[in-house]
Design a protein around this ligand. Structure first.
Ligand SMILES: *Cc1c(COP(=O)(O)O)cnc(C)c1O
Length: 357
């Protein structure tokens, strides 16, 4: 499929102070759009000036939340080029999310090409200071004009990009996390594995209550027994127990993070033992009491690695690694950001230089 490019005639003023970028508030000059109609398939792929979408108020996305998205980043490389990180894995996950939500797949190589062309066109927007990146948000929504409670027949896939500041402007700092005992995020057979907006809507109340109580995030438990730890907000969780890396096994209820997979791969490269299995809160608290739980950290595109300094369950807190950044968390942070900045060798070929089309 050809991608028609219409350049903006009114380029926006680019932010000059990269320390004030924040996250997801400023968008580049262009966006990618492609449409799908039943019986026709995907059509009219185009890059156009960034701007509002015009949707019918009866579009199913507004009523039945038929929506999925992705999140990935592009980085300014030392030689001034721009690199994407494991984009094909995000395209694959998009299609898995599409399958779960009854939306049409979009060819994975085409997704990568479309995103790469968009980044190429807006490459001057990619910031370069330490920790900054171009955040990329592919999204698919159900469109059309029907309140029928079934899958739509028309869809829109679009990609927008936001130059984003460092996640850690004041340095990496261990967070406080509350283990959620009241609400659940996902259940077996549900949508936990899909990156869909509805999962976020379902999580905001618990997160707000935890934040009002002084925590940064919630750690979700399994939806059935509420015994086993699953994941945090938009991060997978890893624990270091007896020197081994332990993380929840993937299944219906856990989002298979690209960062999670990267950390597991890097750990195995270094002959570290990685266990993907169920982990109960009880096991964590016992391991902590016996001094065997030495670190906990989240993994996700936004933060890369987020060390956890405190976990609280039913009012009882455990302090992890004296609220300091652990050596394992620091090591993975340094390796991953090093690969993204090309100061560490990229043996898995995760970085792709964006072509000049
Ligand atoms: C996106 C996301 C993650 C992290 O995935 P990455 O690919 O590592 O960014 C983890 N959990 C949830 C619920 C997510 O939406």
């Amino acid at each position: 499929m050809d991608i028609k490019i219409t350049r903006t005639e009114n380029p926006k003023v680019k932010p000059t102070d990269e320390s004030k970028l924040g996250f997801g508030r400023i968008f580049t000059d262009h966006m990618f759009i492609v449409e799908y109609d039943k019986g026709i398939g995907w059509h009219d792929a185009r890059i156009v000036p960034y701007g509002p979408l015009c949707l019918d108020p009866a579009s199913p996305v507004f009523h039945y939340a038929q929506e999925i998205f992705e999140g990935t980043k592009a980085y300014r490389l030392p030689n001034g080029e721009v690199g994407s990180f494991r984009l094909i894995d995000n395209a694959r996950r998009m299609n898995r999310s599409a399958d779960r939500t009854c939306m049409p797949a979009l060819d994975e190589d085409f997704q990568v090409e479309a995103i790469s062309r968009l980044i190429d066109l807006d490459r001057d927007w990619v910031p370069s200071s330490e920790g900054t990146s171009l955040y990329i948000r592919p999204t698919m929504i159900a469109d059309g004009k029907s309140l029928g409670a079934h899958s739509a027949e028309r869809f829109i896939y679009f990609v927008i990009c936001a130059p984003s500041g460092s996640y850690y402007p004041d340095g990496m700092k261990p967070v406080r996390i509350r283990i959620e005992q009241r609400y659940v995020r996902a259940v077996k057979g549900g949508m936990g594995r899909a990156k869909t907006g509805g999962n976020y809507a379902a999580s905001f109340k618990a997160t707000k209550e935890a934040m009002d109580a002084g925590f940064n995030q919630v750690l979700w438990l399994d939806g059935r027994e509420q015994k086993y730890v699953e994941e945090v907000g938009a991060m997978n969780m890893m624990f270091v127990i007896d020197g081994k890396i332990v993380t929840a096994e993937l299944g219906d209820t856990i989002l298979p993070g690209v960062t999670r997979d990267s950390v597991i791969t890097l750990a195995k490269d270094r002959d570290m033992i990685v266990e993907e299995r169920r982990i109960s809160v009880k096991e964590l608290y016992e391991a902590h009491a016996e001094g065997r739980l030495t670190e906990a950290f989240g993994t996700g595109t936004a933060a890369v690695i987020s060390p956890v300094g405190e976990l609280q369950y039913m009012g009882e807190s455990i302090i992890i690694n004296n609220r300091e950044i652990g050596s394992v968390a620091q090591m993975f942070y340094d390796i991953l950001t090093g690969i993204q900045r090309q100061t560490v060798e990229d043996i898995h070929g995760w970085i792709a230089v964006i072509p000049h089309y």
